[in-house]
Design a protein around this ligand. Structure first.
Ligand SMILES: [Zn+2]
Length: 223
């Protein structure tokens, strides 16, 4: 059975630029199971108020696909911001794949969030660099948005290694940023480390994904 990508609408929030942005997660179904990439928004109420979050439970979003949290066998966090790992605790039964560098960044820089989600209970699979998670499903490190950010490659048809979809996480918020990372002003928060971020964008573009799926934009880019 080929891998299949299904998008979840998990929330909307008001970004620092005043615009409302969607929050998407993705389910990748495979032979015998399903992987969830990013779990949506959660955290201290003050954070949700600050970002004017209109939130949904990830269970409700999964129900639209006729799925429940129990169907998710494995979680991947692109990074540990509150709109990407906010509902990790719904999946206590599942291992969470995250870069080791990202978990230590969260512990260092974002202690409140780190504690909020009871990370001591979570079953982290800590990755040190690029990794194959399942056949046809890989993560690549793309630091810059955060120190341990990773993107997810999905080879939907199994066979052809040159053909893949990219779940870009927050490596680029929008198609415009992805298409032209060098021009103009970046959205607030896009890059915490600008040189690393630019290098990651170069890397992604040189890999040449067939489709790019965004967490905070509804358009899908086709090559
Ligand atoms: Zn982020």
């Amino acid at each position: 059975m080929p891998l299949e990508i299904r998008r979840l609408h998990l929330a909307s929030l008001q970004a620092a630029d005043g615009r409302r942005w969607p929050v998407h997660g993705f389910v990748v179904t495979h032979d015998g199971g399903a992987v969830l990439v990013d779990t949506g928004v959660g955290g201290p109420q003050q954070w949700l108020d600050d970002w004017r979050v209109v939130n949904r439970s990830v269970a409700d979003a999964l129900a639209e696909l006729d799925m429940s949290p129990a169907d998710i066998g494995l979680v991947i966090n692109t990074h540990l911001h509150f709109d990407h790992c906010g509902q990790n605790s719904v999946f206590r039964h599942a291992p969470v794949y995250v870069q080791r560098a990202e978990l230590s960044r969260a512990e260092r820089e974002s202690r409140e969030l780190y504690d909020w989600f009871g990370f001591m209970d979570a079953r982290f699979e800590l990755l040190d660099g690029d990794a194959e998670v399942l056949p046809g499903l890989e993560v690549i490190t793309t630091p810059g948005h955060t120190a341990g950010h990773q993107c997810v490659l999905v080879r939907r048809d199994g066979g052809d290694p040159a053909t893949f979809d990219l779940l870009i996480g927050d490596a680029a918020y929008t198609p415009r940023v992805y298409a032209d990372p060098a021009s103009g002003q970046l959205p607030p928060g896009q890059a915490s480390d600008l040189p690393a971020w630019r290098e990651s964008l170069r890397r992604i573009q040189s890999l040449g994904p067939d489709r790019v799926h965004f967490c905070h934009h509804t358009d899908v880019i086709h090559r």
